[in-house]
Design a protein around this ligand. Sequence first.
Ligand code: NAP
Length: 244
Amino acid sequence: MGANLLVLGGTTEASALARALAVRGVQATFSYAGRVDTPRAQPIPHRVGGFGGVDGLARYIAEHNISHVIDATHPFAAQMSWNAFHACRAEAVPLLALTRPPWAAQAGDTWHHVPDMDAAVATLNGPAERVMLALGRLHMEAFAAQTQHHYVLRLVDTPKTPPALPHHTVIVARGPFTIDGDTALFTEHAIDRVVCKNAGGAGAEAKLHAARALGLPVVMIDRPELPDRETVATVDGVFEWLEQ
Ligand code: NAP
């Protein structure tokens, strides 16, 4: 029997892997959590929705004769990554993570590292500022705990209900972003501070270059604890692993 992969997706890397698998004719299924209304179309078969925890995923792996699992979820999707780790161990199916390396501070950066969203909110306990939140829509409401600031939110879609933040500006834009564009944006909105997650990758890195150029401090939310699994950073790395 040939390989039959399960690709846990929702990232640019996962979509790039799906294209490469389709080109090479490798049998694989792409899995979406189902968070967005219109997920990007994939050139391989896909399924949508949670598996039902570790047991549900283990059952799926067994029932669908999955030979390998590639965890290409976002580095902040820790629950899914832990579930994949335990389900693969239970089913004795090899697991590989495809993930971008985290960003590292460079000379000229002023990063304030925090472990999670709550800690990021807690650091904003000073006087009123204009704060850029580059976090996605799920976490906006937490910042209502610090009402003194004016928040500039960059979101992929126009929110269906306005964010519950007394002073805010919504910018609807989809990456990848450019350094010049982000520098102009931060200047135009007189940004004092940037809050973001250490997602890694090139498409979202422009904001860090812009912050460095303008001397702005960054509240950097570090990655959650992820399982200790074999990891590659490129699609080519996945094929090398499969050939082993
Ligand atoms: P999470 O907290 O780690 O996962 C919560 C639950 O959602 C999982 O236990 C699982 O449900 C289900 N799930 C997550 N990813 C799935 C997938 N690829 N296929 C099927 N079920 C999945 O995840 P999250 O942070 O909410 O992220 C959800 C999705 O958005 C992921 O696919 C991730 O790659 C993508 N994403 C996340 C971020 C971020 O910042 N967190 C950013 C960009 C994209 P069951 O337990 O029922 O199986």
